[in-house]
Design a binder for this molecule. Structure first.
Ligand code: FRU
Length: 535
């Protein structure tokens, strides 16, 4: 991983001078804002094993694709400030989903607009003709957002466009015939294309959000697209605009059955306020997505089924082109919420991504459900294991506030005593995450977890997630990383991701429970940081 003082200097200068963001070609600026690890990733609240940009504003993950031994992560990026602005695609690569190398900005705004969210694929057969020397190109599909059109009060200011790379994503050329899907019907919110290869029908499929529904389009070459269908106007949560869909098939765990999953982010309207991601499970026949009849009751009357009930997992999508031999469906979300994302108390940068997660489809009695668990690569960050056999036995976390705990509790069906994990620091701040048997919900309470003065919505409630599992053994797998907690309960059946800003890292974790519950067992691990040491 590169480390350069020069980059830091030019970045600082660029920030002070407010360098323009409308730049002609990728990678040609002196600032290389996406190319610095010079901050050392050691500022207050800086995540240590999650991806965050070296400096400035980040939102959605974009263009996640695996190619030639590298996972590419692009992201919505504004290199001139720590609040949202003219969008670029920032870029980082990883060989192991854990350690990231920051690369120069991949896509800059141009005369057609800002570069909003989208996806990337490997065009294996060079169906687009955009490859050179017989090698498959990487093709990125994104939304152009034309700020002038928006200002002029038009409705057609978003359209879908493509760019391609013939050097492993290091440089990008925008397609000369953009946009490939103009907004001919003037739909106000018309964005966030996610493309996949539909092997069964031998076609490219694109899903994107059109205000209150998802549109499906097809193509043979990634350039000429034809409308197929739309879905969702009268199903699922509609408390806000639909954004950032993803569509993929998944085999039901332990069975031969395959179903199709459609992820849809929505803002606002999440289960605990603000932004969140819902999903639908059903079938796709090459043209139309049909929710499974057993799933329908869960998504009627404005109800949603959520991939994560915490307040800080938004706009998440999955990697394209994971090799078949691996076979995983790997998801990353943006670990923030539009309610307060632009106000959170970090100075050099804003926002981090969730830890990469493996998605599985299960079929418990409640119906088809997505389970999420951290990717197995996370285990490579583990330090020496600490066995947790009984409680109360405080487990002390690393001084840098990173820790993993996998613990199970045995409770009795008639118990009403809450139990879970309490995180504390020397400043007397605390974060509590656990289970409330009275309401059969996991609860995340960050009201005492440090700075919350920046936004009333940050601590306006205790977040709740209904428990899906029914067994008397309750599993809590928790990842703590300075400013975030990710709970994967009951093997990933219920997930909560929440951020917080303690004045010093939480370095003491203890278990709480009443007499009707006991700790069955557990393991704790300090987790190593993923960024190189500051020189
Ligand atoms: C989701 C989103 C997308 C859009 C992008 C703009 O957070 O609003 O719909 O493409 O962010 O940055």
């Amino acid at each position: 991983m590169l480390y350069r003082y020069g980059t830091f200097l030019s970045l600082t200068l660029c920030f002070l001078l407010s360098c323009g963001s409308e730049r002609p070609t990728a990678g040609s600026t002196p600032a290389q804002a996406g190319d610095t690890t010079a901050t050392g990733y050691a500022e207050a609240h800086r995540p240590q094993f999650h991806f965050s940009p070296p400096a400035h504003w980040m939102n959605d993950p974009n263009g996640m694709v695996y190619h030639d031994g590298e996972y590419h992560l692009f992201y919505q990026y504004y290199p001139d400030s720590t609040v949202w602005g003219p969008m670029h695609w920032g870029h980082a690569v990883s060989e192991d989903l854990m350690h990231w190398e920051n690369l120069p900005i991949a896509l800059y705004p141009d005369s057609l607009g800002y570069i909003f969210s989208g996806s990337a694929v490997v065009d294996r057969t060079n169906s687009s003709g955009l490859g050179t020397d017989g090698r498959p190109p990487l093709v990125a599909i994104f939304t152009y957002h034309d700020p002038e059109g928006e200002r002029a009060g038009r409705n057609d200011y978003q359209s879908q466009a493509i760019a391609y790379s013939n050097d492993n994503g290091r440089s990008w050329t925008k397609y000369a015939g953009n946009p490939v899907i103009p907004n001919t019907e003037s739909i106000r919110d018309f964005r966030d294309p996610k493309v996949m290869w539909d092997g069964e029908r031998e076609q490219w499929l694109m899903v994107f959000a059109a205000q209150d529904r998802i549109m499906f389009w097809r193509s043979d070459n990634l350039i000429d697209w034809r409308y197929l269908s739309d879905f969702g106007r009268d199903l699922g949560g509609h408390g806000g605009v639909w954004e950032c869909p993803d569509l993929f098939p998944l085999t039901v765990a332990g069975e031969a059955e395959e179903k199709w999953v459609l992820l849809v982010s929505i803002n606002p309207g999440g289960p605990n306020g603000g932004s969140a991601t819902q999903y639908f499970v059903g079938d796709f026949d090459g043209t139309t997505f049909t929710p499974d009849p057993t799933f329908l009751p869960d998504v009627r009357d404005g109800e949603g089924v959520w991939i994560d009930y915490g307040r800080d997992n938004y706009a998440g999508v999955t990697f394209s082109d994971i090799p078949q031999a691996d076979g995983r469906r790997i998801f990353i979300g943006w670990m923030s919420n539009w309610l307060y994302a632009q106000e959170v108390p970090t100075e050099a940068w804003r926002s981090a991504m969730t830890v990469p997660r493996t998605l599985e489809l299960h079929h418990p009695p409640a119906g088809y459900r997505l389970f999420s668990t951290p990717v197995r690569e996370l285990e490579t960050l583990r330090g020496p294991a600490v066995e947790i056999s009984s409680a109360p036995s405080p487990v002390t976390a690393g001084a840098d506030g990173t820790y993993e705990i996998d613990i199970s509790f045995l409770t009795s069906p008639d118990s009403s005593e809450p139990f879970g994990l309490l995180l504390e620091n020397e400043a007397g701040e605390s974060y509590r995450i656990g289970f409330d048997p009275a309401t059969k919900a996991f609860v995340s309470d960050r009201r005492q977890a440090g700075d919350h003065a920046f936004s009333e919505t940050f601590t306006d409630r205790v977040a709740r997630a209904p428990r899906l599992a029914t067994s008397d053994t309750v599993g809590m797998h928790l990842l703590l990383d300075v400013a975030s907690a990710e709970l994967f309960a009951d093997g990933g059946a219920t997930v909560m991701t929440e951020i917080f800003f303690p004045s010093t890292p939480f370095d003491r974790i203890s278990v709480y429970h009443g007499t009707s519950t006991r700790v069955l067992g557990g393991t704790g691990y300090p987790l190593q940081r993923i960024w190189p040491a500051m020189r």
